[in-house]
Ligand binder design. Structure first.
Ligand SMILES: *[C@@H]1O[C@H](CO)[C@@H](O)[C@H](O)[C@H]1NC(C)=O
Ligand SMILES: *[C@@H]1O[C@H](CO)[C@@H](O)[C@H](O)[C@H]1NC(C)=O
Ligand SMILES: *[C@@H]1O[C@H](CO)[C@@H](O)[C@H](O)[C@H]1NC(C)=O
Ligand SMILES: *[C@@H]1O[C@H](CO)[C@@H](O)[C@H](O)[C@H]1NC(C)=O
Ligand SMILES: *[C@@H]1O[C@H](CO)[C@@H](O)[C@H](O)[C@H]1NC(C)=O
Length: 451
């Protein structure tokens, strides 16, 4: 075609730089878009009760001999020295389909032989536990603004537990399926089965944890994944009349629990925090019905009011309504002064750069099959979601009735699944109060941010 190859090269570089920001789809945007679809009658999403698979037999558990040592991570590129062990690698959850989930495991700083095992799951659906949980929230390291080096998180949960981060379902982060049509066949119940099969195989690989006290934690849409996996474990323990997995409890934060109260709580939060007008709030109150049994298309008045609210919060970081926005997503040559307490709103871009580095992927034993897409914080390749029950309250009730501990927590700056939603959903369970609400002080303050 006689084109100058140099011009083409320059174009490619420029376009890949321009394209980078839109690649960073955020966790809360993902959930917002998912809800917009789910609330439409024509969504095709099955919203009835969770359909658990109650019998997953041993044919999906394979020998894992020697694999633990292969998964050991010597050191992550740019990491400060630490004394705990790290592991990363793949667990095949379906041999025929070639489906494998990626995990990153950090042992506890001390007493790893006695501290519990905790599995962390992020939401979406489609967001990565490595992106958010491990690298921006509760993991031992955070990524500097140079996208190359790491610093320590002194609030890491591996001071209290051995923490396992899982990218789930297939199509999220480094997790994949060779049968790519699997991506269009995703949903809550398949996710629960794959997560359960993952655990059986992982515990085979790390047998010293097979009888350990086990907890499952997660946030946002993992309000579905966590109790669904817990239910699956409970049912299999019951069927087998033995403790296959020693589950003790679950923890869910700013969690999707019950659509009707979650959505109502969201608009009440936006109104009470002066993010939308009284007229808009009244319009939603008067014209919208978020009840799952109401399957009529929403009214024009309701749509107008919710559209108005959507526009009003368009520029707000709905994950933390008081947070600054990321105005310049470029990496810096010298790292900005990091602060765990003062969250850097551009962190997604640092993590994206770091986890897409070849040396990082090699050190983590990730992307060994050379996938044809890059690592993303929230998946672009999972396009269809088959089932998502409108409530998970029956599962929470079942877990409590079986003596499992259930901890529901909520950060009060999240506007997507805010504290109002969480309170309305808990109220629906009509539980007895053992200890009344009281303020929680730390060094004479109720606010942690000053630390
Ligand atoms: C285990 O499950 C597989 C696939 O679902 C099935 O073909 C096989 O017969 C089952 N085996 C037993 C012992 O139930
Ligand atoms: C997927 O395919 C690649 C290339 O054939 C293979 O190396 C890999 O083991 C497969 N993954 C699984 C989970 O079977
Ligand atoms: C389950 O196990 C317990 C103790 O191991 C035993 O007493 C009980 O009979 C078993 N129940 C069934 C249904 O097998
Ligand atoms: C964004 O930050 C980079 C790196 O610090 C800097 O070189 C660039 O000039 C900044 N761009 C804008 C528009 O401020
Ligand atoms: C995997 O590696 C290939 C080849 O280096 C790269 O193009 C792709 O972005 C990577 N994908 C992921 C998910 O890391």
């Amino acid at each position: 075609m006689g084109r100058n190859p140099f011009v083409l090269l320059v174009f490619l570089i420029v376009s890949s730089m321009v394209a980078a920001p839109i690649h960073c789809k955020k966790q809360t945007q993902t959930l917002g878009h998912f809800y917009e679809r789910k609330m439409k009658r024509s969504s095709g999403i099955d919203k009835s009760g969770f359909k658990a698979v109650h019998y997953i037999n041993k044919s999906r558990v394979h020998t894992q001999q020697g694999m633990k040592e292969k998964d050991r991570i010597e050191k992550l590129p740019g990491q400060p020295g630490v004394l705990f062990q790290q592991y990363g690698g793949y667990v095949t959850v379906d041999k025929a389909a070639g489906r494998a989930l990626y995990y990153y495991f950090v042992e506890a700083y001390h007493s790893k032989e006695s501290l519990p095992l905790l599995l962390w799951l992020n939401g979406g659906p489609g967001c990565s536990s490595l992106a958010y949980g491990a690298m921006e929230e509760l993991g031992p390291f955070r990524v500097h603004s140079n996208g190359k080096t790491l610093y320590r998180n002194r609030y890491s949960w591996n001071y209290a537990a051995n923490v396992l981060f899982l990218e789930s379902p297939a199509g999220v982060g480094f997790s994949y399926a060779n049968t790519t049509s699997d991506y269009d066949d995703s949903g809550d119940s398949k996710t629960a089965v794959d997560n359960y099969v993952f655990l059986l195989n992982w515990l085979e690989r790390f047998p010293e944890y097979s009888n350990r006290k086990f907890y499952i934690a997660g946030e946002s849409y993992a309000g579905h994944y966590v109790p669904q996996l817990a239910h699956t474990i409970l049912q299999h323990n019951k069927n087998a009349n033995t403790t296959i997995i020693n589950l003790k409890g679950i923890l869910i934060g700013n969690a999707v629990i019950n659509d009707e109260t979650d959505v109502k709580g969201m608009y009440d939060y936006l109104a009470s925090h002066a993010l939308i007008s009284d007229e808009t709030a009244n319009g939603i109150e008067k014209h919208c019905n978020f009840a799952p049994e109401d399957d009529s298309e929403s009214s024009r008045e309701c749509d107008a009011a919710t559209d108005e609210a959507g526009q009003d919060i368009y520029y707000v970081d709905i994950y933390n309504i008081y947070a600054p926005l990321c105005h310049n997503s470029s990496l810096t040559i010298r790292p900005k002064e990091p602060s765990v307490a003062n969250f850097d709103p551009c962190s997604d871009y640092y993590v994206y750069a770091y986890l897409n580095r070849d040396d990082v992927q090699e050190a983590m034993h990730a992307n060994v099959t050379k996938l044809d897409h890059d690592w993303e914080p929230c998946s672009d390749i999972i396009r269809r979601w088959g089932d998502s029950p409108s409530t998970i309250i029956p599962l929470l009730q079942e877990l409590m009735a079986n003596g499992l501990r259930v901890w529901i927590f909520s950060g009060d700056a999240d506007g997507r699944i805010p504290v109002t939603s969480t309170k309305y959903s808990i109220k629906k369970m009509k539980l007895a109060v053992k200890t009344k609400w009281h303020p929680w002080y730390l060094d004479g303050e109720v606010n942690f941010l000053s630390l």
